[in-house]
Design a protein around this ligand. Sequence first.
Ligand SMILES: [Zn+2]
Length: 251
Amino acid sequence: MRTEALVLRTVDFGESDLVVHLLTPDAGRIGAIAKGARRSVKRFAGSLDVLNRVRIELAVRRRPGTLARLEQARLVHHHPGLRRRADRFALAGWLAELLDRMAPEGNAAHEAAALYGFALRTLALLEEAEPDARLRVLLELRALDALGLRPELARCVRCGGEPAAFHVPEGGPVCRACGVRIDGLLPVRRGTLRTLEHALRLEPDRLGRLHLSGGALAEARELVHRFARFHVGLELRSEPVLDALGLGVRG
Ligand SMILES: [Zn+2]
């Protein structure tokens, strides 16, 4: 199979091989082994760095759970804008880790293409971004949505009424009446929910201009952080790096 891919993660294997985790527009996430990649300049030409966009030739194994064999890779774009700044690179690396852990393997072609398109547009945005906590929270919301984990933001998840607070396990707001007997509701203002809803509809390259400050930013960080922890169910290794750079979701 010939296709294009984004390199999400690489792991040294044996003497000279490399296991490469790839996101592709045709088959979603794929694990592949690149035989001799740490020696063969000819077939891989140093193209297999994390966050590189590459053209690849793959021999896909029929048995599920086995690695495909990466025959060749050629660099298309190495996202130089990300590599110039630690904050951009950290945010892009966090996205790659999230996709590596959460992107489905062998999903339907149109879903795989949509997720791949999201990843490329987001990296293009980050190549020129001034990352801050606001951009991170908006990107996380968009990434969760692209992975099929979209919170409800407009209406009470139980009766469709006006939102009064957010209920993390149900993935959406509840109204005052429905929330009476629920413990651990997250206070959130309607304006914050509306801004987050707006963020889900914008083209990714416009996210940088969306205003979210002060109390709304703190609420959004808390909401997205708790929603992600509950529904993704894992803490990514790159989270502490983002926290250290002031790009965390923990307020
Ligand atoms: Zn309700």
